[in-house]
Design a protein. Structure first.
Length: 468
C-alpha cells in the first residue's frame, strides 16, 4: 500500500516513468527524496528530483526527448543528464560502481547494471534507498537497512566506514549535518573511523568544506553535529579555532568553557519568521566566530579574574583569516568579520544613551544593524535571570531609540548635511585633502547633534575654516 504522502510525487514523475518503462529501462527515485518521503518530511514544491537508472547517458537523453523543456549534459561523462520541465529540475544518473585512488577525490567512473551496486557507494544507509518506479507497483529497494536506521535514528555507512570515508572524506563532515538535522546517533564504528581518518579531509577542496559547513550551521539545532566534529578531531582539520576555545574558562557566562558558550549562542540564533528580517546564515556564522579571539587574549587581572581584553578585534582578524582559507566570498567575509568586531559595542553603553551614541551605533553597524542586534541578544547565555532580563530591557530600549531617531532623521543613511560640491563652493577650494577633512568635521556634527539645517551647518563650516 502506497502512503498518501507518496502520491503527489509519484503522480508528478509518472510521465517520465512511463517513458523509461516503454524504452525497457528501470527508473528509480533515489537518495534524500526517498529518505524524506519515509520520514514524512517533504515539501513537494521544493524538491529537485534525483533518479538513477540502468539506461546509459545516450539512452537517458533519448527518453527525455519531447519531455523536457531543457536538457544539459555537463555531467554526461559521469553518467548524469540534467533536465528541466516547467519549474521542476530533474537529474538522472546511470547506476555507478566507482572506485577511488587513495590520494584523490576524483573517481574512476564505472557504470553498473544493478541499482544495488549504485546504492552501496552512497554516503549513509539512510540515503542508500531507492524507490523503483517502473515496477508494477512502486517498490522500496533497501539493501543496507536504511529504513530501520531511520526509525532507530542510527547513522551508518553502507560499506565499512573506512571504505566510505576513504572514497570521499567530506562524508565525515556530512555525518555531522545528519547527526544534527535528523537527531541521529552515529554508529560506534563510524565514530572510530572519523577519529582515525580525520586527517584525510586534507584532500577535499576548501570550497566543498565551506559548503558543507554552511549546510550544518543552518540546521535548526546544529550543536550535536558541531560537538561530533570537535570530539572526533575533525574540526581541527578545517576550523581549529573551534576546539581551541574548549580550554578557555569563561567566568562571565558561567559555562565550563568558551566553546560551550559559543555553541549556545549559535543555537540562540533562530531562523526568522520572515527571511528579510536578517541574514540567518551570516548571523549564525558570526555567532560561531564571535569569541574565537578569546584564547589569544586570555589574561588575568587582580580583582577581576580572567580577562579577554580586545578579543573582539583579535577575533575579527582571526575570522578573516579562517574564512579566507575556506574560500568564503568577499561579501560573506566582510559581513561576518564586521559583526565579530562589533559584537561588544552594545555592552559599552547603558540605558539612557544620548542620541549621539545611538547614531554612532547605527552608523557603525551600517547594513548589518539587524544582524548585530540579533547577535547581541543571542550572546546572552547567562543562567542569572536578573542579568538576562536586564540585558533584554537594555536591548529593547536601544531598538526603541533607533526606531524613534529613524523616523525623524533617516538614521540608516547618516551622512554630512553638505556634500563635497557644496563644501568646495562655500570654501572656494578645489578638490583635495581639505574637503575630506571638512566632510569628517560635518559628519561628527551630524552624529553628535543631528540635523541642524542649512544655514546653521554652513555657519559652523565657515567657523571651522576660519579657525584653521
Amino acid at each position: 500500500m502506497i502512503p498518501d504522502r507518496f502520491r503527489p510525487v509519484l503522480a508528478e514523475v509518472e510521465p517520465l516513468t512511463e517513458r523509461f518503462a516503454a524504452a525497457g529501462h528501470r527508473l528509480y527515485l533515489v537518495g534524500g527524496t526517498v529518505r524524506d518521503l519515509l520520514l514524512g518530511d517533504v515539501d513537494v514544491d521544493g524538491l529537485d528530483f534525483d533518479f538513477t537508472t540502468d539506461a546509459r547517458p545516450a539512452q537517458i537523453k533519448a527518453a527525455l526527448a519531447g519531455f523536457a523543456d531543457a536538457i544539459w549534459t555537463q555531467g554526461e561523462r559521469f553518467g548524469t543528464i540534467g533536465a528541466k520541465r516547467g519549474a521542476r529540475v530533474y537529474e538522472i544518473t546511470t547506476h555507478r560502481a566507482d572506485s577511488y585512488q587513495d590520494d584523490s577525490r576524483k573517481p574512476d567512473v564505472e557504470f553498473a547494471d544493478a541499482v544495488e551496486a549504485d546504492l552501496s557507494r552512497r554516503d549513509f544507509t539512510i540515503n542508500a534507498l531507492a524507490l523503483q518506479l517502473t515496477a508494477s507497483s512502486p517498490t522500496l529497494v533497501d539493501p543496507h537497512g536504511g529504513a530501520i536506521d531511520l526509525m532507530t535514528r542510527t547513522l551508518r555507512t553502507p560499506l565499512a566506514p573506512e571504505v566510505s570515508f576513504s572514497d570521499d572524506p567530506l562524508r565525515m563532515l556530512r555525518a555531522a549535518r545528519f547527526i544534527a538535522r535528523l537527531d541521529m546517533k552515529p554508529d560506534p564504528a563510524l565514530v572510530a573511523a572519523v577519529k582515525a581518518m580525520h586527517s584525510r579531509l586534507e584532500i577535499v577542496s576548501a570550497e566543498r568544506i565551506r559548503d558543507e559547513l554552511d549546510k550544518l550551521i543552518v540546521v535548526d539545532h546544529p550543536t550535536a553535529g558541531m560537538w561530533f566534529t570537535i570530539d572526533t578531531g575533525l574540526a581541527a582539520e578545517f576550523l581549529p579555532e573551534l576546539p581551541a576555545m574548549r580550554l578557555e574558562q569563561d567566568p562571565i557566562h558561567r559555562h565550563k568553557d568558551v566553546l560551550t558558550h559559543t555553541l549556545a549562542v549559535v543555537e540562540n540564533v533562530r531562523r526568522p519568521a520572515h527571511p528579510a528580517a536578517f541574514d540567518f546564515r551570516i548571523t549564525r556564522l558570526a555567532a560561531l566566530f564571535h569569541d574565537v579571539g578569546k584564547p589569544r587574549t586570555r589574561g588575568y587581572q587582580q580583582g577581576k579574574g580572567v580577562t579577554f581584553h580586545h578579543h573582539d578585534a583579535v577575533g575579527a582578524r582571526m575570522t578573516r583569516q579562517r574564512m579566507e582559507a575556506l574560500r568564503y566570498s568577499n561579501e560573506d567575509i566582510a559581513a561576518v568579520v564586521e559583526l565579530v568586531a562589533l559584537h561588544l559595542r552594545f555592552h559599552t553603553y547603558q540605558m539612557g544613551w544620548t542620541d549621539s551614541a545611538v547614531r554612532r551605533y547605527v552608523r557603525d553597524a551600517g547594513p548589518l544593524l539587524a544582524e548585530l542586534n540579533v547577535l547581541t541578544r543571542c550572546d546572552c547565555t547567562t543562567r542569572n535571570e536578573r542579568k538576562a532580563a536586564q540585558l533584554s530591557r537594555r536591548m529593547d530600549d536601544l531598538e526603541v531609540r533607533i526606531a524613534d531617531l529613524q523616523s525623524r532623521e533617516e538614521l540608516a543613511a547618516i551622512r554630512p548635511e553638505l556634500d563635497g560640491n557644496a563644501v568646495m563652493e562655500l570654501l572656494g577650494v578645489p578638490p583635495g585633502r581639505v574637503i575630506g577633512e571638512a566632510l569628517a568635521f560635518l559628519l561628527e556634527i551630524r552624529l553628535d547633534e543631528g540635523l541642524l539645517g542649512e544655514d546653521e551647518i554652513r555657519r559652523r563650516l565657515q567657523e571651522w575654516w576660519l579657525a584653521r
